[in-house]
Structures are given as C-alpha cells and as structure tokens.
Design a protein around this ligand. Structure first.
Ligand code: GLN
Length: 186
C-alpha cells in the first residue's frame, strides 16, 4: 500500500517510519495532486491552527473535503478531522465528533500510557502531548478507546482518529490497524 503523510507541519517523518516498518510505502504529501497516487492519508500531530492555515493555503481543505481517501488523524490531525471544535469552527468535518483542544494540561504534563483500544489485542502505547480529547460523538461513530473518562480514539468507517502520538513509539499496532483493517478494505 502507498500511504501518504500530509507533510506541511508536525510529526511527519515519524509516521513515514511507522508506515515503512509496517512493510508499506510512505509518501510525503506536499501537493494536492499527490492525493491521486496514495491509498490512504495520515494527518499528523503538530499545531492544529498552523496546520489548518497551511492546509487552506495549499488547497488541501477543499481537496480533502471532496476526497474519498481513508484518513487517519493523530492529535492535531484528529482536531483537523473533527466536525466540531470547542470554541472554534470545525474543519474537514469527516468525523462526527466534538473535540476539545489541550485537554490534558500543559506541555509539562505530557505523558505516556498503555491504552486499551477496541480491535487491537495488546495494550497500545501512546504519547500524549498537549493532546485534545473527544468530548462527544454522534451515533455514527465507534468509540475505540477511553482514558480517565475521556474518549481518545474513534473510528467512523474509513476515518480513524486518536488523541495521542502512536508514531513516537515502537508500537506499530495502530498503523497496522489503519492499513490492514481500513485502507486495505476500503
Ligand atoms: N495542542 C495541539 C493543538 O491543539 C495539538 C498537539 C499535538 O498535536 N501534539 O493543535
């Protein structure tokens, strides 16, 4: 499979490494035309205000709203996929969820956790860095993971979103899940 990583801002190289470790081809996506050459797209973590600004500037907002590609958003990427963002306007609106930004405290409160994720057998290692959480979901959405009463992983058909950074660990279970259970079956 050819999996693109939106390469405008954020933890791009780390996702490329995860894709390659999973035995697939990772593509740095910098131009909208490249969306035609990939089977799925990862929207990485970083800073979602900057990310959204750059996506609009380079034509990705419109292109992705119209795209049928499977997508996986991590952290800021989850915010980008959400229908609603507390206090702000939703952006791509692919996931019927409301997210709240920075809901696990400040940068110094970044933490690592072993997570139970529906559909994945072993605990999944995740790094939370100024992470958002999912405040509410519509019934179109499957909740995959919760920590401290906060929803941190969801799936809606071919769209997957998590609050944390799986790509900063050597745990490849989420990328495998995205590629094998979502992209390969789309
Ligand atoms: N706090 C960032 C935001 O709201 C997300 C942080 C991250 O992606 N690690 O955009």
């Amino acid at each position: 499979m050819k999996i693109g990583v939106l390469a405008l801002q954020g933890a791009v190289r780390e996702h490329i490494r995860h894709i390659e470790e999973s035995g697939h081809e990772g593509i740095y996506v910098k131009k909208v035309e490249q969306l035609n050459d990939i089977d799925g797209l990862i929207i990485p973590g970083g800073e979602s205000t900057t990310l959204r600004r750059l996506m609009t500037l380079y034509g990705f907002k419109e292109a992705l709203q119209q795209s049928e590609l499977p997508m996986f958003g991590t952290c800021a990427g989850l915010i980008v996929l959400a229908k609603d963002i507390v206090g702000e306007e939703g952006y791509l609106q692919k996931l019927d969820i409301t997210v709240e930004r920075n809901s696990f405290g400040r940068q110094v409160d970044s933490f690592e956790a072993d997570l139970t994720i529906k559909g994945i057998e072993a605990p999944v290692e995740g790094v939370f860095i100024r992470a958002p959480h999912i405040q509410s979901v519509e019934d179109t959405v499957d909740v995959l993971g919760i920590i401290d009463d906060k929803i941190i992983a969801v799936r809606q058909g071919k769209y997957l979103g998590v609050s944390f950074h799986p790509e900063l660990t050597d745990d490849y279970s989420i990328i495998d899940y995205f590629i094998n259970d979502i992209v390969a079956k789309a």
